[in-house]
Design a protein around this ligand. Structure first.
Ligand SMILES: [Zn+2]
Length: 75
């Protein structure tokens, strides 16, 4: 049996660098990008950042891709 819908994925909070999972991350959308934060204070900091967000998101994607490669495939 595969449960695709309840898949928990690791995501990275770009403010503190914490690895969190998307089941409890605070997701917000800015500039059409979805961003995950570990807490509201990190989210607020993120929103105060200037336009470097696209760069940040590229880094986050890389990190998340790495995490997915490293974590064992659930059966
Ligand atoms: Zn954080």
């Amino acid at each position: 049996m595969s449960t695709v819908e309840n898949k928990i994925l690791p995501v990275v909070d770009p403010i503190c660098g914490m690895i969190i999972d998307n089941s409890w991350a605070i997701s917000t959308t800015k500039d059409r990008q979805t961003h995950d934060s570990c807490s509201f204070s990190c989210r607020d900091k993120f929103f105060k950042l200037p336009q470097k967000i696209n760069e940040l998101h590229e880094k986050i994607r890389e990190l998340e891709a790495q995490l997915k490669r490293e974590s064992p495939e659930p059966r």
